[in-house]
Design a protein around this ligand. Sequence first.
Ligand code: GSH
Length: 224
Amino acid sequence: MSTSTPSPAKVYGPPLSTAVSRVLACLLEKHVPFQVINVDLLKREHKSPQYIKLQPFGQVPFFQDETISLFESRAICRYISLKYANKGNTKLYGTNPLEKASIEQWLEAESQSFNQPTLTLMFQLAYAPQVNIPQDEGLIKQNLEKLVKVLDVYNKRLAESKYLAGDEFTLADLSHLPNSMYLVTRTELKELFMSKDNVGRWLEEISGRESWKKVVEMQNSPPS
Ligand SMILES: N[C@@H](CCC(=O)N[C@@H](CS)C(=O)NCC(=O)O)C(=O)O
């Protein structure tokens, strides 16, 4: 009988990357041990031939666990939730077909409706000024309008239930944390999120989870 302990899962990429932080939050919710392998985006390590062999699009995160490798943060989170169904937060990905479908519904809303305007606003409002790229006022206005419409839908939903997919915190909520918290903490859009009462209450609640607080700690620590 082998007594060797399995090696921890590996996440390649900086915790400050929103897609990487989604995976870290999921691993922490599931109490799955992991190791972060730094990939320096400023040095363009994600475009090196060695890294492209792992992640063919040259993006972070890349994930390895035992013998498997995956990319795409949302797919990685689904995998972790299923593989470690009985560890940590066992309700993260639902426990019956309807719960799972409801979680999937809001995960799709995140990736199809919420992600695009929030990513554009992150770039335009936070990144562009940092690197002296001129801001595109038209694009900002257009994506703010899109975001307001999405937040109105969420606000209505969150008047009916504590979390997006029902009464439990799930992957659907977790998946919204990276882009939401980036905009809330690094741009002037905190007011917009908080002005929608139920969205504000929900964001306070989900960003106060131990898993997310640990991700923020990791984001504020220098890479090892
Ligand atoms: N849909 C992908 C997006 C990955 C992604 O865009 N990662 C960014 C960091 S948040 C990245 O690698 N950017 C560098 C690049 O695209 O060259 C996922 O969720 O994993």
